[in-house]
Design a protein around this ligand. Structure first.
Ligand code: ARG
Ligand code: ZN
Length: 471
């Protein structure tokens, strides 16, 4: 039975004496975090500080069993609250006491604690669950990719609901301990450092730890047979790379690409400042995907990213996101340019350094390649809409905007922005509007009109604007 919210009318039902008068202020947490693109993502009423996931996965059957312990603080007087989750739940406890729960909406888990929770209270939520993530379809879709020897959770904007319950929005970042038990001979790869590993009764348990705030969609899990290599950057950051033993013709190109991780990280430090996390690396599972994802400290690279040979540029892109997207996360999904424009521009800077074309040449190329009637220019990188979030224009037009800004402000101020933005917003969230204000403040120039032209108009900037900005 669900506890009912005590509203004034409840007095008429004779409940007045059963609950303290102040309980009228206890209301359910919102079923969404207020994202304009994805209203059901995330929830209101609490803020998670830590996830402890204890999981067991059987590749043969795709059965994932787990217990998640969430540490959170309430941000309002709560009668109940939601988590975002898609697998089957068998028990929920809040502060140690059994809570009632019900599935609702596409992927909401409504939890009603035994007693209402006061605002500002530290709470623990334990969720026991099991399921086959590849079979859990939301709108006909699962982000869990089964592989011949395991499975992978890596997707944007959403992947957590297929493997752990969460407040699934980038504005609620937390630290993680992820412990995964898999059959001996199989690896479990996740974020951060491998704190320990042990084997017993035919199962090996891997304990991964992320000690800096991490968004839910940047939390990843891959199970399978991997070749794992370790090292450190010059600055002493541990490097852990994992490449599936089953990549066929792409194996050499995949290994040769992510082998550059330490070198690329050190170069990015020279542009963006100190690397923000406790580990770095990457993994290439045997999934037939061509995209990559900046999962925190350990980007995911789809096998097809290496179809045409080594691809260091994608490594540059995903590692650039560690500063732009992961440490400094977007406030809402409409702010995706905060991630993709800068990661794409990092690839141009790498190209410039490697003597493979300057950022200016690449910006001119994008500008000239797309005539004024090309739908490319109808996508606003500063607010592309959920259906165009990952369109080429967010990346390429988004990077052109940065080259235009570089020309407007000069290298000294521009590169100063690239370093000070991740330093001053480290581990937080920021919007496109925040970046515009930041650039205005640091440069002392009014830039609203400039950004409007390059990020918010649904048409190609005029030849005049381009001459001025792109030279
Ligand atoms: N952030 C990812 C990248 O940097 C994009 C992932 C888009 N998702 C997809 N299924 N294509 O490339
Ligand atoms: Zn990206």
């Amino acid at each position: 039975m669900r506890h009912r919210l005590l509203v004034p009318g409840a007095a008429a039902l004779g409940l007045l004496l059963a609950v303290p008068a102040s309980a009228a202020s206890f209301t359910p947490g919102a079923p969404g975090a207020g994202d304009s693109y994805y209203p059901e993502s995330g929830n209101g009423g609490y803020d998670v500080s830590h996830y402890d996931l204890r999981l067991k996965y059987q590749p043969k059957t795709d059965l994932l069993e787990g217990t998640a312990t969430l540490l959170a603080r309430t941000t309002q007087d709560l009668s109940r609250f939601n988590l975002d989750f898609g697998l089957k739940v068998s028990e929920v406890r809040v502060d140690g006491r059994k809570a009632t729960f019900a599935a609702s909406g596409a992927h909401e888990l409504e939890i009603t604690p035994a007693a209402p929770l006061e605002r500002g209270k530290q709470i623990s939520v334990v969720v026991r669950y099991a399921g086959k993530p590849s079979e859990v379809k939301i709108d006909g879709y699962t982000a869990w990719a089964r592989t011949p020897d395991g499975g992978v959770a890596a997707q944007e904007p959403e992947s957590a609901v297929w493997w752990y319950p969460s407040n699934d929005h980038p504005t609620d970042k937390a630290t993680y301990d992820i412990s995964v038990s898999v059959p001996d001979g199989t690896q479990a790869i996740s974020n951060g450092v491998l704190a320990s590993q042990s084997s017993k009764l035919g199962w090996t348990r891997y304990n991964w730890r992320s000690d800096k705030p991490q968004a839910t969609y940047l939390t990843t899990l891959a199970i399978g047979k991997f070749d794992v290599t370790t090292g450190t950057t010059e600055g002493g950051v541990p490097v852990i790379n994992a490449v599936s033993k089953d990549l066929g013709a792409n194996e050499g190109a995949a290994r040769a690409s992510i082998a550059r991780t330490a070198e690329v990280t050190e170069w990015l430090e020279s542009v963006y400042g100190r690397y923000p996390f406790n580990a770095v690396g990457g993994y290439v599972p045997n999934v037939p995907a061509g995209f990559a994802l900046e999962t925190q400290t350990r980007p995911f690279y789809g096998k097809k990213a290496f179809d045409r040979g080594a691809n260091v540029s994608v490594v540059v892109h995903e590692l650039a996101h560690q500063w732009y997207g992961d440490s400094v996360s977007l406030k809402g999904w409409k702010d995706i340019w905060i991630n993709e424009g800068f990661a794409a521009y990092a690839q141009w800077l790498w190209s410039e350094k490697e003597g493979e074309g300057t950022a200016q040449e690449l910006a001119d190329y994008v500008f000239d390649q797309h005539p004024a009637d090309d739908p490319f220019w109808t996508v606003k990188p500063g607010d592309p809409g959920p259906d165009h979030q990952f369109d080429g224009a967010v990346y390429d037009r988004g990077a052109v905007a940065l080259q235009a800004l570089r020309n407007k402000l000069g290298d000294k101020v521009f590169f100063g922005l690239l370093t000070s933005w991740p330093r001053e917003h480290a581990y937080g969230n920021a919007s496109v509007a925040d970046f515009v204000a930041f650039a205005e403040k640091k440069s002392g120039k009014p830039l609203a009109g400039f950004f409007d032209t390059w990020l918010f108009q649904q048409s190609k900037p005029s030849a005049g604007a381009a001459r001025q900005a792109l030279g």
